[in-house]
Design a protein around this ligand. Structure first.
Ligand code: FAD
Length: 454
């Protein structure tokens, strides 16, 4: 093995791989790592960094605290270093501004020497003779080629804005994904009519932003969604326990067919509208309608947008109300698509295709500790690509530390960070419930409940 073979090469620098970089930096063991990012600098979903928006998880879900509250890379230490800890103390709010979370992550990037920017990874190969990965990258502007070698990989390329096929192919200034909203906002404010499609948090934030600005710009604003309503995402304390190691383990242990039925039906655990955003929108509409005024706004659910055609400077949305089975056309100058994100298998893995284990639906097979099943001795740690095997906690920022704990401990070969367990007040698996509840027993087995004779 030569000196230039790193222990781990990270692909992508989002919150999850940045967390891994920060957690590796703090362990006693000497781990040689590099993390490669395509963009020229760090930015977290820049197109949606809107004034007034907050993280959907408490600040404790920064990239290190749940694994190590004493870490130098914690959000609280960032505040201390910025001279803002007293200001935060009286802010008294767990959900921090998204702009500040971004600033915090940029601070961590500056503190570390393992992230490298303007490095787009184009291919990963396995060097059969040397038994390690060869990672090929290019500079996106100059096309200069770089090679990195690593015993292991951490794949953290995140997700991609999803534009339904039938809504593509129009002017990118007039019809675009919410991920591009901030870049296109000036053009939107000039329009006479704007329609937002979808009812997740991003769509709601764009709607709220445009509703606030409507008084100065006077466009017609409509919000359509295929969902049954503008429903909230789960925010009750017991409900949030679905984002824990225990629930993740429960899902992992289910048969794949059961997971495939379950996961698509759990959207409202993490994809609906934040109840606070929903209340803000409602209150704004209420104030706008004082004195019998009609806000120039429409909200309409249960409506699928089936097609989009450009007609004389406007877009005609071919709509279908699926419950009453009625069709209609809706015209709008700008259409903003809050149609979610997907996680395609990145092309950079093509050279490894034959060694990767795929399931019957062409998805990765994944180990319990979030590694790709592959015929090579080097591990590939999966960040946020294993929703189909581990469930809804996978994209959640609060579970990033737990996943990275597993990766770090495996890399260093000892328990550098504790692997949390027993984190919930409820049971998800029957085995656990039977173990905890004296009155419960599996059919056919003896109850352990105390009897009157005991
Ligand atoms: C607008 C928005 C808000 C969200 N808010 C929350 C929230 O409040 N709470 C929560 O729990 N979750 C939230 N999420 C979900 C959460 O999963 C993401 O916020 C999080 O960014 C995912 O982190 P990641 O590291 O997987 O990927 P990303 O943050 O997407 O980062 C991946 C990085 O990889 C880079 N990359 C991709 N391909 C390559 C390549 N070939 N070579 C080099 N680099 C590459 C990309 O440029 C990118 O910088 C939100 C998601 C969105 C879209």
């Amino acid at each position: 093995m030569t000196d230039d073979v790193r222990d781990v090469v990270g692909v992508g620098v989002g919150p999850f791989n940045l967390g891994l970089a920060a957690m590796l930096d703090s362990v006693e063991a000497d781990v040689d790592a590099v993390f490669l990012e395509r963009d020229a600098e760090f930015n977290w979903h820049e197109g949606m960094l809107l004034e007034g928006t907050t993280l959907e998880v408490p600040f404790l879900a920064d990239i290190v605290t749940l694994a190590d509250p004493t870490s130098d890379y914690s959000y609280l230490n960032y505040l201390r270093e910025m001279g803002r800890i007293y200001e935060f103390y009286f802010y008294e709010t767990f959900q921090i501004p998204r702009r500040e979370y971004n600033d915090y992550l940029q601070w961590v990037v500056d503190e570390l020497d393992t992230p490298q920017f303007s490095r787009e990874v184009t291919a990963v190969q396995w060097d059969e003779e040397a038994e390690h990965y060869l990672v090929v990258a290019r500079h996106p502007d100059t096309n200069e080629r770089f090679e990195y070698r690593g015993e292991h990989l951490a794949l953290g390329v995140g997700s991609r804005p999803q534009l339904p096929e039938h809504l593509r192919g129009h002017s990118e200034e007039d019809v675009f994904h919410t991920a591009k909203y901030r870049y296109n906002r000036e053009r939107v404010l000039d329009a006479d009519s704007v329609t937002i499609v979808g009812s997740g948090q991003s769509a709601a934030e764009v709607f709220e932003d445009l509703l606030e600005r409507q008084v100065d710009h006077e466009y017609r604003l409509d919000w359509l969604t295929r969902s049954e309503g503008f429903f909230p995402m789960e925010y009750s304390k017991l409900g949030l326990q679905h984002f824990t190691p225990e629930y993740e383990q429960y899902v992992y242990d289910l048969p794949q067919a059961t997971k495939d039925d379950l996961i698509p039906n759990q959207d409202l655990l993490y994809k609906g509208v934040d109840p606070g955003t929903s209340a803000d929108i409602y209150d704004l509409l209420y104030r706008r309608s004082i004195g019998d005024r009609e806000p120039d706004v429409g909200l309409f659910a249960m409506t699928a947008v089936r097609d989009l055609a450009s007609v004389g400077g406007l877009y005609a949305l071919d709509c279908h109300q699926w419950q009453t089975r009625e069709d209609f056309v809706h015209e709008s100058e700008v259409v903003i698509l809050g149609t979610g994100y997907d996680r395609p298998v990145p092309a950079l893995l093509e050279p490894l295709e034959d060694a990767i284990h795929w399931d019957a639906k062409g998805r990765y097979e994944v180990t319990e500790d979030h590694r790709l099943e592959i015929d090579h001795s080097g591990d590939i740690f999966l960040q946020n690509a294993e929703l189909h095997t581990h469930g809804v906690g996978v994209p959640d920022l609060g579970l990033g530390c737990y996943r990275n704990t597993k990766f770090v401990n495996r890399l260093v070969g000892y328990e550098a960070y504790p692997e949390d367990s027993d984190t919930v007040f409820q049971d998800f698996s029957l085995d656990q419930f039977v173990e905890h509840a004296p009155g419960a027993s599996r059919n056919g087995s003896e109850t352990t409940a105390p009897t009157q004779d005991d």
